[in-house]
Write a protein that binds this ligand. Structure first.
Ligand SMILES: Nc1ncnc2c1ncn2[C@@H]1O[C@H](COP(=O)(O)OP(=O)(O)O)[C@@H](O)[C@H]1O
Ligand SMILES: [Mg+2]
Length: 316
């Protein structure tokens, strides 16, 4: 089957700054693909190129078989986009906002009412049609933005950090909607910096300084990217333990993880006795130290560290 997205050696340069650096990707139809990376990594720039809103410097890409440079109108007709700053009109009502976007997307007038009722029901906003958007909570606004982006029944959906600043319950509701859409065959490219959410994607790519540094299913990434051992240490006081272990430069990485510490190192197992002795010598009480399966966040940190080392000419 033809892929829903194909990106081939794509690059975007702003003057001398390389924002997207030779990335390649492919997505199947109905797939939920997560693009993960810190602020400034190049996620939004990539999406804007894929929608034909920004011209690539080099490389090729197609969405639903349409070329991003020569057929961008067809892409916009068949793709929905919830941008990071999706512009809902606060002074207009829920229904007025929807109707406005349906018009922008050329939904035939006599279909708008029916489509509005259906989509507002699906995103859980039925009954709020006459509410002013400025009065809605953040989660409801994001669900309305999603309904607007779906007005023309797109086969491909771009979601750029759709859950940023949204409470946990609304995030869950949004993800349930994303699953339903994918099950009905919509292909979805979603960016997020919430690692726990990335686990909801079928496949993910880590993007860092414009480059894709890892790609695969969440399970593959955790297995392949952390060549190191990860230990979780429950101890107190946590802040002193963190400082002591970091200052000792014993491990590749020492990170705060909830109310515990995670240490990541290729030889963490062999170093744990010495580490615990060091902590005790600094009056840190160690309750528990055990090896754990790395989380996606551990994988991310480990991968970025080795990318940094490689960039500094010190591959390890
Ligand atoms: N129009 C532009 N001109 C110059 N630099 C830009 C422009 N748009 C984005 N950038 C830069 O490109 C980099 C990637 O930005 P962006 O794609 O928005 O990252 P992300 O969405 O991952 O946070 C950033 O350093 C940003 O400052
Ligand atoms: Mg962005």
């Amino acid at each position: 089957m033809e892929p829903s997205l194909r990106v081939d050696d794509l690059t975007k340069q702003f003057d001398s700054f390389v924002a997207v650096d030779h990335i390649s990707l492919a997505m199947a139809r109905g797939e939920i693909f997560g693009l993960l990376g810190p602020n400034g990594a190049g996620k939004t720039t990539t999406i804007r190129i894929l929608l034909g809103l920004l011209a690539p410097t080099s490389g090729h890409a197609s969405v639903l078989g349409y070329d991003v440079v020569t057929q961008s109108e067809a892409i916009r007709a068949h793709a929905g986009y919830v941008s990071q700053k999706f512009a809902l009109y606060p002074d207009l009502t829920v229904a007025e906002n929807f109707d406005f976007y349906a018009g922008v997307y050329d939904v035939p007038r006599k279909q708008i009412t029916e489509r509005r009722a259906q989509l507002l029901r699906e995103v859980g906003l039925s009954g709020l049609e006459r509410e002013r958007v400025g009065a809605l909570a953040g989660g409801s606004r994001q669900r309305l933005a999603l309904a607007c982006a779906l007005a023309h029944q797109p086969e491909f959906l771009f979601l750029d950090e759709p859950t940023a600043g949204v409470d946990a319950l609304s995030r869950r509701a949004l993800w349930d909607l994303i699953y339903e859409l994918a099950e009905r065959g919509t292909s979805i490219l979603v960016t997020t910096h919430y690692m726990d959410e990335a686990e909801n994607c079928q496949r993910i790519a880590f993007i860092y300084q414009g480059k894709i540094v890892a790609e695969g299913t969440p399970t593959e990434i955790k297995r392949d990217q952390v060549h190191a051992q990860v230990f979780e240490i429950e101890c107190e006081p946590l802040d002193i333990a963190l400082t002591v272990l970091r200052d000792a430069e014993m491990f590749d990485e020492v990170a705060l993880y909830g109310s515990t510490l995670h240490v990541i190192d290729a030889h963490a197992r062999a170093k744990m006795d010495a580490a615990q002795n060091l902590l005790r010598a600094n009056n840190v009480k160690v309750m528990r130290a055990e090896e754990i399966i790395p989380s996606l966040e551990d994988a991310f940190i480990a991968r970025l560290r080795s990318a940094d080392r490689a960039a500094n000419g010190n591959p390890k």
